[in-house]
Design a protein around this ligand. Structure first.
Ligand SMILES: [Zn+2]
Ligand SMILES: [Zn+2]
Length: 282
């Protein structure tokens, strides 16, 4: 593989956390480092568990395999909300979408796969022509999570109302996680009332993210998770550098400040919450 000419210096490792936590949502398959290197760098700073998320059938297979091979890794599998319409509107049509959903269902039954996701709705990248396939796929994933008693991992981009409506119509699974939470304080209160987990990513550290910090302030500590969504959303002050699970402490420390909690107290909550959300032993 060729190295990118524009390769940038990686962000320096943060001071390690005292209380180990999980990165509740990462895409190691999209990062430059290999699995071992990623896990070692993360463990060094107290990020000892990773939920590896697959976004299409192939990457979901990869995710399940990584989880089977590494104690520190658990998997979530799904067709991403932008993948579902890509399949349905492509050459294979709806048949291809259904076949891929079958493949996801098989993977989701494996014991090292603890989550069904990321699924949900993305009105930012998918236009009106893809909405039907996206909603159909979301409903199928909800049904699958409930049938197998796995955590549902939701991707909600500029689609809050429809996501909440469909969850209501289908009935949410026992354990539901909003990954890269992007709602406001009012939506955080809706999620809190339902007992849904809210996972905050590096964008909560951004200067212009005041509404997101208000949402975090409104969310109860018992429902908070932290994630990188790496390689995306590198926390401040390292925006523009590649993101990876070892950068979790930067985000967690900003979250603790917003919550008015000590870093250790918040980390304790997050460690317990992530284990409870995905159903793995701590
Ligand atoms: Zn997402
Ligand atoms: Zn993601």
């Amino acid at each position: 593989m060729e190295k990118s000419a524009k390769a940038v210096t990686p962000a320096p490792p943060p001071v390690p956390l005292n209380v180990p936590v999980a990165d509740s949502h990462t895409h190691i398959d999209m990062q430059d480092a290999g699995v071992e290197e990623t896990l070692a760098a993360a463990a060094e700073v107290g990020v000892t568990t990773l939920i590896q998320v697959g976004c299409d059938l192939e990457r979901s297979r990869w995710s399940a395999r990584a989880a089977a091979e590494h104690d520190a890794v658990w998997a979530a599998v799904a067709l991403h909300p932008n993948e579902a319409p890509r399949l349905a509107l492509g050459e294979g049509g709806w048949k291809a979408l259904d076949a891929a959903l079958e493949g996801i269902a098989e993977l989701a039954a494996r014991p090292e796969v603890l989550g069904v996701g990321e699924t949900g709705l993305d009105h930012y990248r998918t236009g009106p022509e893809g909405r039907e396939a996206q909603q159909y796929s979301f409903r199928r994933h909800i049904e699958l999570a409930k049938r197998l008693d796995k955590a549902l991992v939701i991707h909600d981009r500029e689609a809050h109302e429809d996501v909440l409506r469909i969850l209501e119509e289908e009935g949410a699974p026992e354990r539901t996680v909003f990954h890269c939470f992007s709602g406001d304080a009012a939506m955080a209160e809706v999620c809190a009332a339902k007992g849904w987990f809210m996972s905050f990513a590096g964008n909560v550290t951004f200067k212009n993210a005041r509404p997101l910090r208000d949402a975090l302030a409104a969310a109860p500590p018992e429902l908070l998770l932290v994630e990188t969504d790496a390689p995306f959303l590198t926390p401040a002050p390292y925006r523009g550098r590649p993101n990876a699970p070892y950068l979790i402490p930067y985000t967690l420390r900003v979250m603790a400040e917003v919550k008015g909690m000590t870093e250790d107290a918040l980390a304790e909550h997050i460690a317990a919450n992530t284990a409870r959300a995905f159903g793995y032993p701590r």
